[in-house]
Design a protein around this ligand. Structure first.
Ligand code: SF4
Length: 82
C-alpha cells in the first residue's frame, strides 16, 4: 500500500461571507458548521510531509481569531508564513 504523504492542505475555514456575490454559492451554505481550528491544528503534527497550508473560504477574515491561532501553531512548528 502506498504511503499517504500530502504536501498541500487547503482548509475551508468557513462558508460564511458578507459579500453575497451572485456567482457564488458559498455564502448560501452558511448553515454548514465550521470545522474547529484546534482540530485542524492536530493535522500539523500528523502530516509531516506538509509544505503548504492555505486557508480559503467564504470570507476567511470572519474567523481572524482562528487564523491567528493557526498561525501561532505553524510558527511553533517553524513554518514560514506568507
Ligand atoms: S466567497 Fe468570494 S465569491 Fe463567494 S460571496 Fe464571498 S467574496 Fe463573493
Amino acid at each position: 500500500m502506498e504511503q499517504f504523504t500530502p504536501t498541500d492542505l487547503y482548509y475551508l475555514i468557513t462558508f460564511k461571507c458578507n459579500e453575497r456575490c451572485t456567482k457564488c454559492n458559498h455564502w448560501k451554505m452558511n448553515y454548514i458548521e465550521d470545522i474547529q481550528s484546534h482540530l485542524v491544528s492536530r493535522l500539523f503534527d500528523s502530516i509531516t510531509s506538509l509544505k503548504n497550508f492555505c486557508i480559503v473560504g467564504g470570507e476567511p477574515l470572519i474567523k481572524k481569531d482562528d487564523i491567528l491561532y493557526l498561525s501561532e501553531k505553524l510558527i511553533i512548528k517553524r513554518y514560514e508564513l506568507q
